[in-house]
Ligand binder design. Structure first.
Ligand SMILES: O=C(NC/C=C/[C@H]1O[C@@H](n2ccc(=O)cc2)[C@H](O)[C@@H]1O)c1cc([N+](=O)[O-])cc(O)c1O
Ligand SMILES: [Mg+2]
Length: 214
């Protein structure tokens, strides 16, 4: 039977990228998505904004919601200081299997824990299962109707502290109106919009950065 797009993306990484070189893995995926098949990675344009937010924050404890093929997982983990940890949640077992191989090709498995399952099931278990007190940085890029409920769940589980940064992909396209309304109007967040473009296209999209005020 025909291969899947994530399988073809992984093949492109194994063909073009150098083992142990995260930047070459990122470039290989961007090349594949520009020249062969579009895929829903955050991409190089929004990816540079993601890079600057992560570099400025230097987070120790990172949560990513929505691994997909591991593109943003690699982008974030390559910038983390030694000892920092990234937990990434992936619901789809086939995507998780591809992402594990992409992460391994980049040589970043020591910094990353990929957990298979639903965010709503795992967020309440972060403390007892992973020994996490609070997260310094959360990247939201999973099902768009889960951004708001999962943010409220993280608040309720005490996983956010004064200064925790939430960065949300796709706030324009496909759009997350209920989440945007919440973080922009809640007194518990200082929110700002980074205008950009939908990955590999000219359509508008952007990232919303929201600092939890406690
Ligand atoms: O739909 C989009 N993203 C949904 C992503 C979902 C990912 O999150 C995982 N997950 C992990 C944990 C969960 O609890 C639930 C799902 C899913 O298994 C999938 O791997 C999207 C769409 C466009 N687009 O242009 O159409 C562009 C983008 O950048 C996007 O991110
Ligand atoms: Mg996205």
């Amino acid at each position: 039977t025909r291969s899947t797009r994530p399988q073809r993306l992984l093949k492109a990484v194994q063909k073009r990228a150098t083992r142990g070189d995260p930047q070459s893995v990122i470039s290989a995926i961007d090349h594949f998505c520009r020249h062969s098949e579009w895929a829903m990675n955050v991409g190089d344009e929004k990816g540079s904004i993601l890079d600057s937010v992560v570099s400025e924050l230097n987070p120790e404890k990172v949560l990513e919601l929505g691994t997909y093929c591991g593109y943003s997982t690699v982008r974030i983990a390559r910038l983390l200081p030694p000892g920092a940890r990234l937990i990434t949640l992936e619901f789809n077992a086939d995507y998780a299997a591809i992402a594990r191989q992409v992460i391994s090709w980049a040589g970043l498995e020591d910094k990353i824990q990929l957990v298979e399952g639903a965010s709503e099931d795992w967020i309440p278990r972060m403390k007892e299962h992973f020994g996490i007190e609070t997260f310094d940085f959360v990247f939201l890029d999973h099902w768009k109707d889960r951004y708001l409920p999962d943010t409220k769940l993280m608040e309720d589980c005490g996983l956010l502290r004064k200064g925790t940064v939430l960065l949300a992909d796709n706030v324009i396209c496909p759009g997350v109106p209920d989440y945007l309304e919440y973080v922009r109007n809640s007194l518990s967040y200082k929110s700002s919009y980074f205008k950009s473009h939908l990955e590999y296209t000219k359509a508008e999209d952007g990232l919303e950065k929201s600092v939890f005020l406690g």
